[in-house]
Design a protein. Structure first.
Length: 122
């Protein structure tokens, strides 16, 4: 399997973890995909940044706590590539979700860039 094919599989797992976990308020499937290394970083959709697994884990928990389900949610994959131990993906997350403080569904459109690094041969 090529690095690009492997990255495609990882992206599919991430999309599933977002659609069936995070936007439903459950961060655990998405967190299971993250590195737990000290240099793991997230620049989250709710602002700010987190560095290191403890902070990234808390950031992801916070993000999930803001969501209360989705009427629709999907990802438009714009570009991805991998070479050696590094890869990237650029996509748009979009849908209609319920967020903290709202009873109705609201549209979201979020630009996302992921940078991936192979760890422990996987």
């Amino acid at each position: 399997m090529s690095p690009g094919d492997e990255l495609g599989e990882i992206m599919d797992k991430a999309v599933d973890a977002l659609a069936n976990g995070l936007v439903a308020g459950n961060p655990e499937p998405f967190k299971a995909l993250w590195s737990h290394d000290p240099d793991v970083t997230v620049l989250g959709g709710f602002g700010g940044y987190a560095l290191g697994w403890d902070e990234v884990s808390k950031n992801t928990d916070f993000a999930a706590s803001r969501f209360h389900g989705a009427r629709s949610f999907g990802v438009k994959k714009l570009a991805h590539s991998a070479s050696g131990d590094l890869g990237y993906a650029v996509w748009i997350e979009q849908g209609e979700v319920r967020v903290e403080g709202r009873d109705d569904y609201v549209p979201i459109v979020i630009r996302v860039t992921h940078v991936f690094r192979r760890q422990d041969g996987a």
